[in-house]
Write a protein that binds this ligand. Structure first.
Ligand SMILES: Nc1ncnc2c1ncn2[C@@H]1O[C@H](COP(=O)(O)OP(=O)(O)OP(=O)(O)O)[C@@H](O)[C@H]1O
Length: 209
């Protein structure tokens, strides 16, 4: 269960995301909403990147009270990934794999599925947008997180990688990983049995079902 309670995140512009209570059971949840409705803001807070008011708990582990344990149990890929340009995907994998106790087998499987071996040692500054997205996805899945949060994961990746990603989401979900995914292309997810579709408007979850 991913639980959000009394959540508030306000920007200086006055825009705010307010969620009194949201409990997501293990499963695959799709978060939809127009541009600027607050989806990425919520996802960044759930990933522990943006501080926000309220309580966020993942399988009973509190982001506020057990921040390291919480972050080890969550994987996150942002919509427009940004990494230090002088590093390579291999460098990032090494750091994240160590922090999240990922196995060599897991690294080999993920890098094979996402086809990142061909640019494993290139500096990130030279990556295309698709290569950057693949890098973010490999890192999000490393260490078998309990929940994986994917912000627009299907944009910029080729069809073959989109199919790989759908297969991986299905496999991991069957093995007990929860997913919260945003997408402006819900048709990509049509073949997946979704647990719920959440709709966000103006910083509020309008509909959940
Ligand atoms: N770091 C920030 N500082 C200030 N305002 C921000 C910041 N990030 C987002 N916002 C503002 O918050 C609002 C919601 O943005 P957010 O990125 O969460 O929307 P979104 O639903 O993910 O949009 P999209 O579908 O376009 O990606 C927008 O008005 C945006 O300008």
């Amino acid at each position: 269960m991913l639980s959000i309670s009394k959540f508030e995140k306000k920007y200086p512009s006055g825009f705010e995301v307010v969620i009194p209570q949201l409990d997501l059971p293990m499963g695959i949840h799709l978060l939809m909403g127009g541009n600027g409705s607050g989806k990425s803001t919520l996802l960044k807070a759930l990933a522990g990147i943006h501080p926000a008011k309220g309580t966020i708990q993942l399988e009973g582990i509190s982001l506020e009270k057990q921040p390291i344990e919480y972050r080890k149990k969550i994987g996150y890929a942002e919509a427009e990934p940004n990494f230090p340009e002088f590093l390579s995907i291999s460098d990032l994998i090494e750091v994240v794999a160590k922090a999240k106790a990922a196995t060599l087998e897991e690294i080999e499987d993920l890098t094979y599925r996402f086809g990142t071996n061909s640019f494993a040692n290139y500096p990130i500054g030279g990556y295309s947008s698709g290569m950057l997205k693949k890098t973010a996805l490999v890192l999000a899945f490393l260490g078998n997180p309990k929940w994986i949060i994917l912000d627009e994961p299907f944009t910029t990746i080729d069809i073959e990688t989109q199919e790989q990603l759908i297969r991986l989401i299905q496999e991991k979900s069957s093995a007990g990983t929860g997913f919260l995914i945003t997408s402006h292309q819900p048709r990509t997810l049509e073949i997946i049995q979704l647990t719920s579709i959440l709709r966000m408007k103006n910083g509020k979850i309008e509909q959940h079902g």
